[in-house]
Design a protein around this ligand. Sequence first.
Ligand code: ADP
Ligand code: MG
Length: 697
Amino acid sequence: MVKVPEIFGSKVFNDDVMKDRLPKPAYKALKSTIENGETLDSNIANAVAHAMKEWAIEMGCTHYTHWFQPLTGVTAEKHDSFITPDGDGKVIMTFGGKELIKGEPDASSFPSGGIRATFEARGYTAWDPTSPAFAKDGTLYIPTAFASYTGEVLDKKTPLLRSMERISNEAIRILKLFGKDDVKRVITNVGPEQEYFLIDKEMYDARPDLIYTGRTLFGAKAPKGQELDDHYFGSIKTRVKQFMAELDKELWSYGILAKTKHNEVAPSQHEIAPVFTTTNIAVDQNELMMEILKKTAEKLDLVCLLHEKPFAGVNGSGKHNNWSLVTSDGENLLKPGKKPEENIQFLLFLAAIIKGVDEYQDLLRLSVASAGNDHRLGANEAPPAIMSVFLGDQLDAVVHSLEFGEDYESEKLENMELGVEVLPTLRMDTTDRNRTSPFAFTGNRFEFRSLGSSENVAGPNIMLNTIVAQELKEFADHLETVKDKKRAIKRLIVSTFKKHDRIIFNGDNYSKEWEAEAERRGLLNLKCVPQALKYVINEKNITLFTENNVLTREELKARYDVELENYSKIINIEALTMIDMAKKDIIPAVTEYIKTLTDTALAKQELSTDIPIVLEKKIITDLSQNLVCFGDKVIELENDLEKAGELSEDIQAYADFYHDVVLADMEALRAIGDKMESQTGSEYWPYPSYGEMLFGV
Ligand code: ADP
Ligand code: MG
């Protein structure tokens, strides 16, 4: 039996452990650093380091690592052992405050977007005391931020922490206007829902495309996909259940509040959601969760696919970022209460968010842009590339009445009768469940639904926090100077709703009509990475980040360079993998099958010319024609890759070319490949089929 309270957090240097092991003054100082963001004195750091080391050794650790999140999109770690020679040929285990606070990994191979020349490639990591350290596989993991030696930010955590501080400070200014002078901090909470696929390891190993790129580049549709909707929330298969149980246990031991799990829409697709927590911790835990998903799958001879679109023709995977603002006193600032129309403070925060999403649509959009996510957004399985806000009927009516100066009639919330005695009467959910909206109000939080499944959630949260901080700042700057605050606040709310109501959309975001309507409203529709990323470095956005001290102009430019280059690299790898598969496996396999058919037909003829060979002839003819066409497409793709290479000096043109030309070539090649798969005997086809992969667990 699993004793959850006992295993929960057992591998984490958490509050209980600290209280237990730290001298009282050290514990108090550390707590105050964590809660109020105060700096930690070096004596205290030594005490914490000592306690951490003792604890880690008891947990079986021999090493420690500064764990950080460079711009590669995956976490990085370099392990150092605790040993120090004692001078007598023996060793002692040491770990001091200095080593806890600062590390100096050789950073020359991490992407910096040209910020650093190689001769000054040193970087350093700095401890983030607000995210707890943990023991994993014999190493003490210390969450850290990563910067260059001259101070330029090279990671995702630093701007995230800065943005959290910015939004806190501005929200506090707003709360003061409502007489709430005692609020020390305003915290952003995040609950990321994580989708993933689980397939058999043997099938994975037989697919070079999955191994090199995380997604299938060829694959004819199986006779059955997700059309019957029988997988969503369906009963969970034994092997998957075993995986989920193992996963929960692992996650709990790292203090991750794994809560909900269920089957998703596509066959073999599942979801896990933890209980929400402070943003930087939620980000760290989601990174750890993705790693644990993969490792747990391996233990059971399964592979967990986190790619946004591993299989064409069925849904891909995303991540919903549930986001809210709560004060250090526990007040959720996004809770409308029973009468939202009278809750002026809530309406002011709501107005700031609506204004922010409208003014910085581009930033929110580009924060979820990735080569993988390009396959999902706008493909009728995920929100479109157009940003909009969903409010739900009740809140929409409130906003509408304010805009037009009409009285708001508190809706008589009807009870929904399920018609079955034993079931309780449910209150109609006033925030509805519009699953198609990219940014939906869901009762006491906003749910940003456009994220890709493999993405580090730091990016979108940096945007959200900074944008809303900026809007709150503009509000506070104005409101602090006026006399009649109450009246000014109301006027500001009304004028903001009026000005930005184009961003509110409660209808079906998947519909063609919305695309046309959004265009009429002047909303952006940035369809792919190269189109979206350009907006990072426009002046409006540079001003936003520099004025809020979240990122500098150079750092933004670096991010743009790194991500755009990364995009081109990903597609290049995909294209090379396709060429390889085509030449080494697919063309030989089809040729072999044609040969067998030809041999059979000839043998039949030899026996008697009366035996019909029309079927063989037809298949041989079709396949031979397709094979020629397939070969031509391979050559086209190769030629275009060569052309791409010539553009590599101009990263924007380079990425545009990969999107406009190379991806199109790949699609054309795949189409013929998939056609040939459906015409070729399954024993001849070199790879496991979609049916085998999707229904094979
Ligand atoms: P659904 O799929 O219906 O959206 P889930 O239960 O799968 O709901 O996930 C909801 C997520 O939202 C969970 O991670 C949950 O902890 C998180 N959440 C709930 N309340 C808040 C809040 N106030 N702030 C941030 N996240 C929240
Ligand atoms: Mg959700």
